[in-house]
Design a protein around this ligand. Structure first.
Ligand SMILES: *Cc1c(COP(=O)(O)O)cnc(C)c1O
Length: 357
């Protein structure tokens, strides 16, 4: 039957998300979910939405969320467009800005989905390598024909590192096309680029409620951009891309900034402890501005380490990037989860050192 499929789809491999095993089996540190429950306001709001009935279509523009978010973020509501997770936002932005055969730029190593979106669109992509310290090179700002969109995850995944606001402004000034700053992890960072959108209309910022609001299962994200771009994105998105329960839950979540700050404090405290534990075990750890840490090892191959962790019910993300190298991306869990992971790693690394299995 593949003869019926567009050839460029038939040859592409498709995005492979991190494993989602049945609940309870693993200490799950592989997909950067928040280890704590969301604001209690979320389930109350969803229960109320259920009570008032689901027979009507939801608000296509998520007005309630945009008003609340506008207040929290200090941007006008018509600068916000909502999506079914920020992956939906990335899809909408790509479909709106990049035509078939045109070019999309992304950093490497970074979020693998950007590449998949280019493939689905029948677009070309250009991966520009970070320098050895996860900084951008001049190549990233180069103006080339047909370049229609640049993606930049900031903080980046898998490294957890950040590019400065000054560099982002400079990058946008040089580029002849819009730049999407993917701020999926910005709530765990010291700074962000939200206010830069008003300084240069080529800068767009996307956010998600999946990580910092502990709502990966709800599916809600949004982009902040110049209203003239938002109006074009609105033409491309599915009419009802966010359902009534997600809108209710997300609106309650972003309204509870006290919960966000408290959660951030806990995650950042564990992140610091965790980085220290991993360094003591001999890993090199990038300074992280996100809710995960990127660990490489000067001597030990890491795939067997990942597999032994998994065999002992601790799930982390093993990444091996061609022309770059391998590492473990470990999400910041609870202190107990992090201790369980570190204790096990100590045993695994010692075993190997003594030549046994
Ligand atoms: C998790 C993640 C997203 C997607 O978030 P969703 O809102 O759950 O779709 C986007 N970008 C990066 C870099 C991420 O890590």
């Amino acid at each position: 039957m593949t003869d019926y499929v567009r050839p460029d789809i038939a040859v592409m491999s498709g995005y492979v998300p991190g494993e989602q095993p049945p609940p309870g089996k693993y200490v799950k540190l592989n997909t950067n979910e928040n280890p704590y429950p969301p604001s209690p306001a979320v389930s109350r709001a969803i229960a109320e939405a259920v009570q008032s009935g689901l027979s009507r279509y939801p608000d296509p523009l998520c007005t309630a969320f945009r008003l609340r978010a506008a207040d929290v973020l200090g941007v006008p509501p018509d600068w916000i467009l909502c999506g079914n997770g920020s992956d939906d936002i990335l899809t909408i932005v790509t479909r709106t800005l990049v035509g078939q055969g045109e070019l999309l730029r992304l950093p490497y190593p970074s979020y693998v989905l950007y590449r998949t979106l280019a493939d689905i669109q029948g677009a070309r992509y250009e991966q520009v390598h970070f320098d050895a310290h996860w900084g951008l090179t001049a190549e990233f700002a180069r103006v080339v024909p047909d370049l229609k969109l640049v993606f930049l995850a900031n903080p980046n995944s898998p490294s957890g590192t950040m590019v400065s606001r000054e560099q982002i402004l400079e990058l946008a000034a040089r580029l002849h096309c819009p730049l999407l700053v993917d701020e999926a992890y910005a709530d765990f960072a010291d700074t962000n680029c939200m206010d830069l959108v008003a300084q240069n209309p080529k800068i767009m910022v996307s956010r998600t409620l999946s990580k910092s609001y502990a709502l990966a299962g709800l599916r809600f994200g949004f982009v902040v951009a110049h209203p003239s771009l938002i109006a074009e994105f609105a033409k491309v998105k599915d009419s009802y891309n966010c359902d009534a329960l997600a809108i209710a839950g997300a609106t309650a979540a972003i309204g509870d900034q006290a919960w966000l700050l408290d959660n951030r404090r806990r995650v950042l405290a564990t992140r610091a402890r965790m980085a220290q534990l991993m360094r003591e075990l001999g890993f090199a750890v990038e300074p992280s501005q996100a809710n995960f840490i990127w660990c490489t090892h000067p001597e030990r191959p890491l795939q067997p380490v990942y597999e032994k962790l998994k065999a002992n019910h601790v799930l982390v993300r093993y990444m091996n990037y061609p022309e770059w190298g391998e590492g473990l991306r470990i999400s910041v869990g609870t202190d107990e989860q992090v201790d369980a992971c570190a204790t096990l790693l100590k045993v695994i690394l010692n075993d190997g050192a003594h030549g046994t299995n």
